[in-house]
Design a protein around this ligand. Structure first.
Ligand code: ATP
Ligand code: MG
Length: 442
């Protein structure tokens, strides 16, 4: 009991005192039994027989988050939010049959019967110390198994998001799917295809950030869900897909990086080195999938850069200091660390092991070269040049315009070649020479 946040106990006590026996439900109970709980206070769900207006009347601070679904968010002591949802009644029939007079469900059990998986269909009353487990959820927790509540085919036909949730929970919990539940996915693919892009994106994000993302991805792959959520990847050869899953598993646990790891095996369509076209295509894909703009942008850039450095036959890794400076400038300092992390994941996932060792050695050498070059803090962007736009305009007697940018790009190009040029005097003299020789100058 001491393990519960005081907020949820206070909420339950107050509901109880008003005559509404209420229950902690959902992920909090499951994770508590798994001792996996980080007791994430943002994720406390309470189920109650009280109507939303009755709940609202009992607490000072209530946010009507989803009254149409019977949910209000109560701000407990310390402002901790607790989602309180009125029991959902009628409509769910165990094993596809109407509840007979023999199977009598209490209100809370009936609420649980509408939930997706047995391990999510647990309710706990910490005040009375009672656990409701009408569908064998604890047994499935022990067997590390996801099993739909009731008839899986019917449950998936009812809500096409559930198969995706199954893959997501498999990835988060490291559980296997019960065979009947797994078999029910394929016949429900058409239902899953109708789920909104936002909800698919949310599940896919959780899956990618989970502890066992490769297992979740393998499940999407084997059940046909991948064709529904990411057809571009589903048409890649099986070995490329497996490699992508393995790279995701080894990539840092950040959404843009894991997306990049997943997408770096998409075809580059004859777009070699820079990868600008590949990046644009990946960005479009991610935006269409409703990933936030910044996530899509970074993931696409990394996927394209990773694909272009690592694609076989790949351009040789940069060697000379000037090549290394151009490489870092091209990637951007802020994207360098994530790109190298992805490259590391990619190299360590490469097969056969000899190739993996070779790629890792190449990567180590590149890291060392980058460190050596960076020690002198060479200018890598025009903002780091000893001359700024104003100085360029002054030196050449120019008004603001396209030529100023051109001049700065030229100076950066020269400074990447030779960082020793990055003084006001040397750059000014370089600038004058360039300007005088510029084609098109009268
Ligand atoms: P998490 O730790 O990711 O929050 P969770 O199990 O709490 O996991 P939620 O998406 O927060 O998952 O949902 C809370 C509970 O609501 C679930 O445990 C489940 O009982 C029920 N639930 C959520 N979505 C569905 C659905 N599509 N169909 C049936 N039941 C659902
Ligand atoms: Mg939850």
């Amino acid at each position: 009991r001491a393990r519960f946040a005081p907020a949820v106990l206070e909420v339950l006590r107050r509901l109880d005192a008003a005559g509404h026996r209420s229950w902690l439900v959902g992920g909090a109970v499951r994770d508590l039994l798994l001792r996996r709980r980080r007791l994430d206070p943002a994720d406390l769900d309470v189920a109650t027989p009280a109507r939303p207006e009755q709940v609202s009347a009992l607490f000072e601070k209530v946010i009507p988050t989803g009254v149409e679904h019977g949910t209000v968010t109560v701000l407990g002591p310390g402002g901790v939010p607790v989602e309180v949802t009125t029991f959902r009644g009628e409509g769910a029939y165990l094993d596809g049959r109407r509840p007979s007079s023999v199977v009598f469900l209490s209100e809370v059990d009936e609420d649980l019967s509408r939930r997706d998986f047995t391990v999510n269909a647990l309710a706990y009353d910490p005040l009375g110390g009672e656990l409701r487990d009408p569908f064998g959820g604890q047994d499935d927790l022990r067997r590390r198994r996801l099993r739909a509540v009731g008839d899986p085919a019917a449950r998936f036909a009812e809500d096409g998001l559930r198969p995706l949730r199954a893959a997501r929970f498999a990835a988060q919990l490291g559980f296997a799917l019960d065979p009947a539940t797994r078999r029910a996915i394929r016949p429900a693919l058409a239902v899953t295809a109708k789920v909104s892009a936002e909800r698919v994106m949310a599940e896919l994000s959780k899956l990618l950030l989970a502890a066992h993302p490769a297992a979740g991805l393998a499940l999407l792959d084997a059940t046909g869900l991948l064709e529904v959520v990411l057809p571009e990847l589903a048409v890649r050869p099986p070995a490329a897909r497996r490699h992508a899953y393995e790279v995701v598993r080894r990539a840092p646990r950040e959404l843009p990086l894991r997306l990049a790891a997943l997408l770096h095996v998409l075809p580059r369509g004859g777009d070699p080195a820079g990868g600008a076209e590949a990046a644009a295509r990946a960005r479009q894909l991610l935006v269409r999938m409703r990933f936030p703009g910044a996530v899509a942008e970074l993931a696409a850039a990394l996927a394209a850069a990773q694909g272009c450095v690592l694609a076989a036959p790949r351009p040789a890794a940069p060697r000379s200091p000037a090549e290394v400076r151009r490489f870092v400038a091209g990637v951007g300092r802020e994207r360098l660390a994530p790109l190298l992390a992805l490259w590391e994941a990619d190299a360590s996932a490469a097969r056969p092991p000899a190739r993996s060792r070779r790629e890792l050695a190449t990567l180590r050498a590149l890291r060392a070269r980058i460190a050596r070059v960076e020690r002198t803090r060479p200018p890598l962007t025009s903002a780091e040049l000893a001359l700024d736009g104003r100085a360029v305009m002054e030196a050449l007697g120019l008004a603001p315009g396209r030529e100023v940018g051109e001049a700065l790009r030229h100076l950066l190009e020269r400074a990447l070649e030779d960082p020793g040029l990055n003084t006001a005097e040397a750059l000014t003299s370089e600038l004058r020479t360039w300007w005088a020789r510029r084609p098109g100058r009268a």
